[in-house]
Ligand binder design. Structure first.
Ligand SMILES: [Ca+2]
Ligand SMILES: [Ca+2]
Length: 207
């Protein structure tokens, strides 16, 4: 990347990715470049493809859940072109690593709404809980246990009682009880570990 292009990117991303300072933005752009060239992707000019992005989530943040990582990809890919551009990368990480509660509620809701229809349905809850719980050894009929969990989640979060979670339901529930933010599976980095310094936590891994 030319010096001029880097300067321009830092300039515009320091405005749009508002939780990072200029140094951090520059560091994340360089990291993007490094990961791109290491990936030998045919699409290096466009951005991360799904595999490179997943690999990054996995290595940098210990994510393992394929269904959720796929949804994280979709939330980062704002223009839906199936690639994460450098802008989408830095702006996405701004929410992912430093987002306000409001931003994180929006982000998690988008991740959990698997089909993107604006609701987290009973089936979607079931699929996500099944997916994250089956990694632990379980007795009896696991499906029954998961159905019970879905019922508990709905009882707690479905304020308008229509059998699915709208954004308003989800937002209200999480504001009352912050732990519900990741109710349906881990899709944010461990805040305690990654909050203080992007440079230290994201990049030290690679550099
Ligand atoms: Ca994109
Ligand atoms: Ca849905």
């Amino acid at each position: 990347m030319s010096k001029k292009r880097l300067q321009q990117l830092v300039e515009s991303l320091s405005r749009s990715a508002k939780h990072f300072n200029r140094d951090e933005v520059e560091c994340l752009i360089r990291l993007f470049d490094t990961l791109m060239s290491a990936s030998h992707s045919r699409f290096a000019a466009v951005g991360f493809d799904r595999n490179v992005f997943r690999d990054t989530l996995h290595r940098a943040f210990g994510m393992t859940d394929d269904v959720l990582m796929d949804r994280v990809f979709r939330t980062f890919d704002r223009d839906n072109d199936n690639f994460i551009s450098v802008m989408e990368w830095v702006e996405g990480l701004s929410v992912f690593l430093r987002g306000t509660l409001e931003e994180r509620i929006k982000y998690c809701f988008e991740v959990y709404d698997l089909n993107g229809d604006g609701y987290i349905s009973r089936e979607e809850m079931f699929q996500m809980l099944k997916n994250s719980l089956l990694k632990q050894p379980s007795e009896e009929d696991p499906d029954e246990g998961i159905k019970d969990l879905v019922d508990i989640a709905l009882k707690k979060m479905d304020h308008d009682h229509d059998g699915k979670l709208s954004f308003a339901d989800f937002e209200e529930a999480v504001k009352n009880e912050n732990l519900l933010l990741e109710a349906f599976g881990p899709c944010l980095p461990d805040v305690k570990v990654h909050q203080p310094s992007v440079k230290k936590d994201v990049s030290s891994y690679y550099f």
